[in-house]
Design a protein around this ligand. Structure first.
Ligand code: AMP
Length: 452
């Protein structure tokens, strides 16, 4: 009955756990705002204009230490918001300490493996730095070098580059790395896969010893670990990965429903005997109690677990759930951490999480150990934008299940115009400044994600 999309989580950062990396605190701080991060007003404004409301986990974890000047080792994939996580504090640092840059010099170097990524990162810096008067350049191979040489001739604050062209320009003395303050190595694992270890070593040898270094990689095999250790000084470690390191298959759907009808829809769903062992997520403790009471009152055995319950009550509820004595466990994000129950048939988001990463963690409770799981999100009008954020994060649309008696077409319609399509990691944002459907985070793309 439900349309489904399968979300496959790639294995990543496996070794980081071994060397003591901790998970991100997203689930502990679901109501974190950008205003809670000490970013200056021009950056807060740019973030608002980009349509971001809440920082992603990597932004929550990485921005404060980066603002303090710490080195950083980030295990994160594209799509986690990592570009803003490093661009925002770097921009703040430069703006707080303005300096005239000599010709051919740069204060910041971001190294990326591909030209596409270089262009995207450069675009992001320009968007986030829109209200700061800083100079940016991007250099990459496969095109004439004339414009790039010209851009560098008067010096820039931030340079984004691919390794080969960067070294070419350095060899020709069009570019100098003396006086560099911040170095970012992005997608280190991909760099090594592409055979860039030698160029990276050459570039490292040219960098000033005193600098801030940021190192990002989606995976941490030993050779990457070694490279990171050789570059970083007492780094802060940040890991942002999907909830499990094994591939999982989850059939997802979203049901649009008026807030007042959510309870009816939930009871309707429970008429299906396939809902055997179900975790239901709510945003608040009171919400969890109310949903558990509702189910119980309607003959569906359920218990709530959340921070206000004693440890023993939580334990008991979990045992009952594990043993199949109750059909549903209603939980808040926080309480659900550490729940390790196999054969969960369904995850139901009674309330859509306002932090996209929470969604991935929630639905990861089902489909463990290769089993197929089902995740259903009940979305009211106020939560529509959360679904958009989720789709952006997971890089695919969540299919709409409209064949249910409480379907709200008006909510579905309101969503339609900006829902991403296809299986593109980098999704569209709503139009900005009344212009086309470009994506403020990464401008200059048309609606198919192709460069204009
Ligand atoms: P990245 O991982 O840097 O490639 O970012 C992935 C996507 O998330 C980009 O489209 C960004 O514009 C978007 N993004 C970054 N930070 C946020 C945020 N705090 N809220 C919503 N979207 C974001």
């Amino acid at each position: 009955m439900l349309p489904s999309v399968f979300l496959v989580f790639p294995a990543s950062c496996g070794l980081m756990a071994r060397i003591g990396f901790s998970g991100h605190p997203l689930t502990q701080t679901p109501s974190f705002n950008f205003s809670d991060i000490a970013l200056v007003e021009p950056l807060q404004r740019a973030v608002r204009e980009s349509g971001y409301t809440t920082p992603t986990p990597i932004q929550i974890e990485a921005i404060p230490p980066l603002l303090e000047g710490r080195d950083l080792l980030g295990c994160a994939q594209t799509g986690t918001g990592k570009t803003a996580a490093f661009a925002l504090p770097i921009l703040q640092r430069l703006a707080a300490n303005r300096r005239r840059v000599a010709g051919k010099h740069t204060r910041v170097l971001v190294l990326t493996p591909t030209r596409e990524l270089a262009i995207q990162v450069h675009d992001s810096f320009r968007v986030y730095g829109e209200h700061l008067k800083l100079k940016y350049a991007v250099v990459y191979g496969g095109v004439g070098q004339g414009n790039q040489v010209r851009a560098m001739s008067t010096g820039v604050d931030i340079l984004v580059a691919t390794p080969g062209r960067l070294l070419d320009l350095i060899d020709q003395r069009y570019l100098v790395l003396d006086g560099l303050e911040v170095f970012v190595l992005d997608e280190a694992d991909r760099m090594l896969d592409m055979g860039f270890i030698q160029p990276i070593r050459q570039i490292l040898a040219l960098l000033p010893k005193r600098r801030q270094t940021l190192f990002f990689s989606a995976t941490m095999p030993p050779n990457i670990e070694k490279l990171a250790a050789s570059m970083l000084t007492d780094p802060v470690r940040v890991e942002v990965t999907p909830v499990s390191s094994t591939a999982e298959l989850i059939a997802q759907s979203v049901m649009f429903v008026d807030k007042a009808r959510k309870k009816d829809l939930l009871l309707f769903l429970f008429k299906d005997p396939k809902l055997k062992r179900v975790i239901i997520f709510t945003r608040t403790k009171n919400g969890a109690n109310r949903v558990a009471d509702l189910l119980d009152a309607n003959g569906i055995s359920a218990e709530a677990i959340h921070g206000n319950k004693s440890q023993s009550a939580r334990q008991r509820a979990l045992e009952n759930f594990r043993e199949g004595k109750i059909r549903a466990l209603v939980a808040t994000d926080l309480a659900a951490r550490g729940i390790d129950v196999d054969n969960i048939s369904h995850v139901i988001n009674f309330e859509v999480p306002n932090v996209a990463e929470s969604y991935v963690h929630r639905i990861g409770r089902t489909a463990r150990a290769g089993a197929q799981g089902i995740a259903i999100s009940l979305c009211d009008a106020e939560e529509r934008s959360y679904i958009r954020d989720i789709e952006r994060l997971i890089g695919q649309p969540v299919p709409v299940a409209a064949d249910q008696p409480f379907h709200s077409e008006s909510i579905a319609q309101a969503r339609g115009s900006t829902a991403p399509s296809g299986n593109n990691q980098r999704q569209q944002r709503p139009a900005r400044n009344g212009q086309g459907g470009g994506r403020p985070g990464k401008p200059g793309r048309n609606s198919r994600g192709r460069r204009r």
